[in-house]
Write a protein that binds this ligand. Structure first.
Ligand SMILES: [Zn+2]
Length: 477
């Protein structure tokens, strides 16, 4: 998943590691390796329906072993044959607690007929890499895997263990890998904090680099079911109470409803930061919502822009619809899925009650759709705490961004979507989304058609991640 909200951080550019010829050579090799892993992963279908995450995990495991990782430092394991996760480790001096780097190997469904090219073929065209997972997030998986191999080959001895976990079912499915690892093998991934390449996008606009995101919080994902039941009957004798009409009326009322706007410390700082980067009336509105109290007119105007609207409030939107059982029968059932992204701190049950009020029809019920894991456990719907901005993480990011892209501000963000970071945050492992790559504002194709990442943005990300790992894990190299 991917988006922004946040505490702006002032940056200090410090000098980075000097590039020696040996490192330069390794950097070129790593670029090629990252490309090859990226291609390999895109061409392994890892959708929940017909794909296989284990094949992808095994492919990365083989590359790690071939590069010198010992058998015991590379684990492929999971709850079933199709959903195994990869966990690998580089041993450090143990001076500090480990850092966990995470990415997910599964991808959202993609149909050939919906795409310009085959979504499971890795294609380089017009300066972009295309394929399902090109943005979300086989690019990040390839960056992590290739850099773990690079660190191994460099003989880098970090001052702490570095753990890599590439996992299943972030996008859906019943075998979420991070959840499984926390519950079954927490010792494999125990860390002081986690870096998640599936969040904290770096934003650019018309090619100009605007900001480097550090995702420290995210909205909570929740599905609600709107349902209307009816005795039905023969459609030649219609009655006024019709399950489809009841449901349609409730959804129409939802369409014109907006949850109240909310601003917290992180979003306020984010809007302040964006005000400095934007121009014209939008800049003035961003500044006005960052004021205390925020300007109501500015909130109303910014709410018309989907990107800002989702940062300003809980959003709920109809996403799926079913109903009826025959063309010549009155419907006995009509049902809609309403997907909500809940503002941090708001109670999901309170959101349900609000939806019930909005539906405003005793013939329409609103209930939470439980998320259930493989073994039948219901994942509790809880508010996810933001991660505290650890100075060693923000410091390492400031130094890395300052050295690689001087002048680009580091901005802590809230993600409008949800990532695996939530499992770790709930488990007490602070998690920071850092995508390492720039993406064009307004061209988010994750989960959509013709998903892509810029070729240069990808290669820059490979190099950025290497610098960041050195900054986070010090040590000798
Ligand atoms: Zn993702």
């Amino acid at each position: 998943m991917k988006t922004v909200y946040s505490a702006a951080c002032v940056l200090f550019a410090l000098s980075l590691l000097a590039a020696s010829p040996v490192r330069a050579q390794t950097a070129a090799d790593t670029k090629q390796l990252a490309h090859d892993i990226f291609k390999q992963l895109i061409e392994i279908n890892t959708t929940d329906s017909v794909g296989n995450v284990t094949t992808a995990a095994e492919a990365v495991a083989k590359r790690l072993r071939d590069a010198g990782f010992s058998e015991t430092d590379v684990i492929v394991a999971g709850p079933n044959d199709r959903k195994k996760n990869l966990v690998a480790r580089i041993h450090g001096t143990g001076k500090r607690k480990p850092i966990l780097f995470i990415g997910h190997l599964d991808v959202v469904e993609a149909r050939r007929e919906d795409w310009t090219t085959d979504p499971f073929e890795f294609i380089e065209k017009d300066g972009y890499f295309y394929g399902r997972g090109a943005e979300d997030m086989k690019d990040g998986d390839a960056i992590l895997a290739s850099n773990f191999i690079r660190l191994k080959k460099e003989g880098f001895v970090p001052d702490r263990d570095l753990i890599l976990a590439l996992t299943a079912d972030e996008e859906g499915g019943a075998s979420n890998g991070i959840d499984w690892l926390i519950k079954k093998h927490r010792d494999w991934i125990e860390a002081e904090y986690s870096i998640n390449l599936d969040g904290g996008e770096f934003e650019k606009e018309k090619g100009k680099r605007l900001l480097a995101g550090l995702q420290a919080s995210e909205k909570v994902y929740a599905d609600y079911q709107f349902e209307s039941l009816n005795p039905g009957g023969h459609s030649s004798v219609p009655r006024p109470d019709n399950a489809i009409y009841h449901l349609a009326g409730a959804l129409a009322r939802l369409q014109s409803f907006a949850f109240p706007a909310k601003i917290n410390e992180i979003t306020r700082n984010f809007f302040e930061h964006m005000a400095a980067l934007a121009s014209g009336p939008t800049a003035a509105d961003l500044k006005a919502v960052a004021q205390q109290p925020p300007d109501a007119g500015a909130i109303a105007r910014l709410s018309t822009i989907p990107y800002y609207n989702t940062l300003l409030r809980t959003t709920c939107v109809a996403t799926m619809l079913t109903g009826g059982h025959a063309p010549n029968a009155l419907p006995q059932m009509a049902r809609a899925n309403v997907n909500c992204r809940i503002f941090p701190g708001e109670d999901p049950e309170e959101v349900r009650r609000t939806l019930e009020k909005v539906a405003n029809d005793p013939k329409v019920t609103v209930r939470v759709v439980p998320q259930i894991t493989e073994d039948g456990t219901v994942i509790p719907l809880v508010s996810v705490p933001p991660s505290p901005l650890l100075p060693e993480v923000t410091g390492a990011m400031e130094r890395t961004v300052g050295a690689v892209w001087p002048g680009v501000p580091l901005v802590a963000t809230m993600e409008a979507g949800a990532t695996d970071g939530k499992y770790l945050r709930i488990a007490g492992i602070p998690t920071f989304g850092i995508s390492c790559m720039f993406f064009e504002l307004g061209d988010n194709r994750a989960h959509g058609k013709d998903e892509r990442v810029g070729v240069q943005d990808f290669y820059d990300g490979v190099e950025f991640c290497n610098h960041l790992m050195h900054e986070l894990a010090g040590g000798k190299h």
